[in-house]
Design a protein around this ligand. Structure first.
Ligand code: GLC
Ligand code: CA
Length: 556
């Protein structure tokens, strides 16, 4: 591995789901013109890299994850020239850019699929997974995993939505196509890829029926980390190596043991992986199963990945993305908006790994509550709603959707308090959260103690210290049900992070090894109550923290 690729270890990523980021040409849809105008803003957060969700032409059955052309830009978002302009400007500002690589499936409107449907003698015939008889698998987003195609007279596999047929990665021609796509974007100058559901691309021969009773989970062993995955990944790695491109895999349901196979050793094919354990602390895929939320589950998952990758591989750090509701509405409190929004920044920005901030997270955007299922756009939200037990009434179905919908994180970015939140000059493609007059970028720019400015402060602090970048992680007070506390240390430099997930004051018990030591307060989300820079002796018992308080202390 070359050193020059290691830039990702000190990077802070910002994730842009372009459709809802900023509308630059006044048609109600976010685009690359709007992105261009906001690049300075993104950079001002301390961000040094951008991950774009899919920008390619797509019928939007799964909002860009159903790609109909890998080597172009969706006309809603601009064109290749505009993308290049954004890319060059991002580079000028000191930000790398990575693209979303979605190769488990294409759109059914992709030329390859349109050809493949035509019959077994078509050159694209084996680009997809066709069977005369379906097996009993379920798809992640939409009902059964098989759909009958009239023209071909066979069923095709779709692990996700119906309009997302799975590519047949066992076909060498398909892998060559993938490499062409990699080269296309790398030649243009992109710095790497976020690789969508990458651990699903190699399926077990024969596609055996699920034996267990739990749809999706019980059949996953037939396609998660499948038999040829590391061979295929090695082929793609070779291309990326030529360009020193960074590769970050999305690894749904991955375990540490299997993640390490992608991240280390001879089969190393990814620089980092998005693990899911901490995201399933309260939910499974797009459904909420572990309610009420218990901090213990979240702490355990975060610590597991911190400990088990230590010295071996590098973590991704994230709490939000386009597949989950807003974190403030999940793990924080909308009533304690500023406090819990800032606290949630400290929860993960000081962990070991590379942080990802999802657009709007930095101002504490919250879940939207739409009044009818027709107003939702996301395929899984709609399907979940209609799959609920029929005896559930509309209101209780909607409550479940309010909790779980991916659309909650896909509402237009709240830039200011003007009409449509400054996202667009016309009614946007999807509902603006009505709280935009209170929660927006412009307002938080002006407030020194805002969530936005707290993100900036966290990133500055993180970058100022080798211990916060490379130091060892240790969890403290692990039995405490409402506080997450951890330290990072390197060569005697120790930082202690304390985060309260509770809406009232709480005692924090000082861990034994820190009692009586000197502490300096480096960061607090209660600037009116505590003085940054203040020095004190760590009490021998504990001290009280404020509701949703976050503290970063330097211990010596
Ligand atoms: C990933 C994406 C998600 C998409 C799915 C299928 O999980 O993040 O948005 O629906 O893959 O491509
Ligand atoms: Ca537009």
């Amino acid at each position: 591995m070359t050193e020059s690729r290691d830039w990702y270890k000190t990077a802070v990523f910002y994730q842009i789901w372009v459709r809802s980021f900023c509308d630059g040409n006044g048609d109600g849809i976010g685009d690359l013109y709007g992105v261009y105008d906001r690049l300075e803003y993104v950079r001002s957060l301390g961000v040094t890299a951008i991950w774009f969700n899919p920008l390619y032409p797509s019928p939007n059955a799964d909002y860009g994850y159903d790609i109909s052309d890998y080597c172009d830009i969706h006309p809603d978002y601009g064109d290749l020239a505009q993308f290049k302009k954004v890319l060059d400007r991002a580079h000028e500002l000191g930000m790398k850019v990575i693209m979303d690589l979605v190769i488990n499936h294409t759109s059914d409107e992709h030329k390859w699929f349109q050809e493949s449907r035509k019959g077994k003698d078509n050159p694209y015939s084996d680009y997809y997974i066709w069977r005369d008889k379906p097996n009993n698998w379920s798809s992640v987003l939409e009902g059964k995993a098989w759909e009958y195609d009239e023209l071909r007279g066979q069923y095709y596999l779709h692990l996700f939505a119906r309009k997302q047929p799975d590519l047949n990665m066992d076909n060498p021609a398909v892998r060559e196509e993938v490499k062409k796509v990699l080269r296309f974007w790398l030649d243009m100058g992109v710095d790497g890829f976020r690789e969508d559901v990458i651990n699903f691309i190699s399926k077990k021969e024969g596609l055996p029926n699920r034996i267990g009773v739990i749809p999706i989970l019980d059949e996953m062993k037939y396609y998660k980390d499948g038999p040829h995955i590391h061979e295929y990944m090695a082929e793609f790695r070779e291309v990326c190596n030529e360009y020193n491109a960074v590769q970050i895999g999305e690894g749904p349901m991955t375990t540490v043991v299997s993640a390490l196979k992608y991240l280390t050793g001879r089969s190393k094919s990814l620089d980092m992986m998005f693990s899911f354990d901490h995201m399933t602390a309260d939910c499974l895929f797009t459904e909420y199963v572990h309610l009420p939320f218990k901090l213990a589950r979240l702490k355990k998952a975060l610590s597991k990945w911190q400990y088990q990758l230590e010295g071996k591989a590098w973590n991704t750090l994230y709490l939000e993305n386009h597949d989950h509701p807003r974190v403030l509405s999940r793990y924080g409190s909308e009533r304690h908006h500023r406090e819990s929004g800032t606290m949630l920044a400290a929860v993960y920005l000081f962990l070991k790994g590379t942080p990802f901030i999802y657009q709007g997270q930095e101002i504490g955007m919250t879940n939207i509550r739409l009044m009818s299922i027709e107003q939702y756009k996301d395929v899984s939200s709609k399907n979940n709603y209609y799959s609920y037990h029929l005896k559930d009434d509309e209101q209780s179905r909607l409550r479940r959707i309010h909790l779980s919908s991916r659309d909650s994180s896909r509402t237009p970015m709240q830039w200011d308090d003007s009409d449509y939140a400054g996202f667009s000059t016309v009614p946007p493609w999807f509902g603006v959260n009505p709280n935009y007059r209170a929660i927006n970028v412009k307002k938080q720019e002006a407030e020194s103690d805002s969530i936005l400015n707290f993100y900036r402060a966290c990133i500055r602090l993180r970058n100022s210290s080798p211990a916060l970048l490379y130091g060892e992680y240790r969890e403290h007070n692990s039995k405490e049900p409402n506080i997450y506390s951890y330290s990072r240390s390197l060569d005697g430099e120790v930082y202690l992070i304390i985060c309260s997930f509770f809406m009232e004051r709480l005692p924090y018990i000082v861990p034994k090894q820190f009692r009586g030591m000197k502490a300096r307060l480096l960061l607090t989300n209660y600037p009116a109550k505590r003085e940054t820079g203040m020095e004190f002796e760590m009490p021998h018992t504990g001290f009280r923290v404020y509701p949703y308080e976050a503290l970063v202390l330097r211990i010596s």
